[in-house]
Ligand binder design. Sequence first.
Ligand code: URA
Length: 215
Amino acid sequence: MIMDTLDPQRFLSALLHMGIDRYVSGSREEPTLTSLKAKVSRCTGCELSRSRKSVVFGEGNERARVVFVGEAPGEEEDRQGRPFVGRAGKLLDQMIERIGLNRKDVFICNVLKCRPPNNRDPEAREVEVCKDYLVAQLALIKPSLICTLGKHAYNTLMGVDARITRVRGILTSYKGTKLLPTYHPSYLLRNQGAIKEAYEDMEKVKSLLAGSSPR
Ligand code: URA
């Protein structure tokens, strides 16, 4: 119907005249994770869209109680279009098992949805463009807990420039949702001594989830 692109007041009074007192415009549909994914898959907001093989939107339970946020897709993720499917992903799977859950129970995504060349750090402009997608994902999923992996996810959401060794394991909140920062699994692969602390963080995640209402 094209009438609702005309004067909205006249349109509504015409409907009332016809005895119609409720109208849901097709152009005002509530966004869903599916519609957001379709939008992100077409994104050309930064240079990474030229070099990517896939857009890695993220995956898992759309009603997850916990969302894990990493940095950016690596080579394997870019190839498969799925988050954390390489070596770091195997370790993340083990961390999730520590909570007594598996990948299908949680939602896993990244700050950047496209792979930076040679796995370099995300650039400020790329984060600026992609951050809105992450914020929208979190707003749609509404988890009771966000677990950030590494400094980029933490700093992006909290708007700070902190060292992960300073903030890991310290519970904070993002827009009213609990946020627990832990180490990035790639860091843990290089620094095996830190795994103990990461597992302690997973214990914390487990008890925080136990204390939150089921969905
Ligand atoms: N590292 C990330 O931060 N995300 C992935 O998806 C894979 C590796």
